[in-house]
Design a protein around this ligand. Structure first.
Ligand SMILES: [Cu+2]
Length: 169
């Protein structure tokens, strides 16, 4: 009798796994999860035709215990990707290269969004097209390389968190 019951049990376990599967894939858009870091909402603002640069945004949550830094990124699709700050002085918007990137303390979320700090995509190899997915390797001080696709879009994707432009706790 026990030989008959065991396969039944195995099938029940598999069915339970299948029932959970849709929950695990419900998160919209590409994301990457290293355990300590969760990266999501990665997108490149569609630049005007012929533009040499484009701004890119993403969200990174540091769920680990180690202070982290997003130093920059690379992609075979573009010449360079830099961490830039954005500030306004006397009504003039100014961008600056952040050689040490963006700090993400344990428990904090870095949410880059239009109008604020960003990743500067420099020198696309051919025009960036709306809907295109650009493969990017993010460089973190501790986690090292993390791969994620950035989606090229004219507007902020609908699944982007409402809070723009700052590190939140
Ligand atoms: Cu910039």
């Amino acid at each position: 009798m026990s030989r008959i019951r065991r396969p039944g049990l195995a099938i029940a376990v598999i069915l339970a796994g299948l029932a959970l599967a849709p929950v695990a894939t419900a998160t919209p858009g590409p994301h990457a999860d290293t355990g300590a870091l969760r990266v999501s909402h990665a997108w490149i603002h569609l630049p005007p035709p012929g533009a040499a640069t484009a701004a890119a945004y993403l969200t990174v949550s540091n769920r680990g215990r180690t202070p982290e830094r997003l130093l920059g990124a690379v992609s075979p699709r573009v010449q360079a990707i830099e961490a830039h700050s954005m500030s306004v002085a006397g009504g003039v918007m100014r961008m600056r290269l952040l050689p040490r990137g963006f700090a993400i303390t344990p428990g904090a979320t870095l949410a880059l969004a239009p109008g604020g700090d960003h990743l500067m995509v420099i020198g696309p190899r051919g025009p960036l097209r709306a809907g295109e997915r650009v493969p990017v390797t993010l460089r973190f001080a501790h986690a090292g390389a993390v791969k994620i696709d950035f989606t090229v879009a004219a507007d902020e994707p609908a699944d982007t968190p409402a809070m723009p432009g700052m590190a939140m706790r």
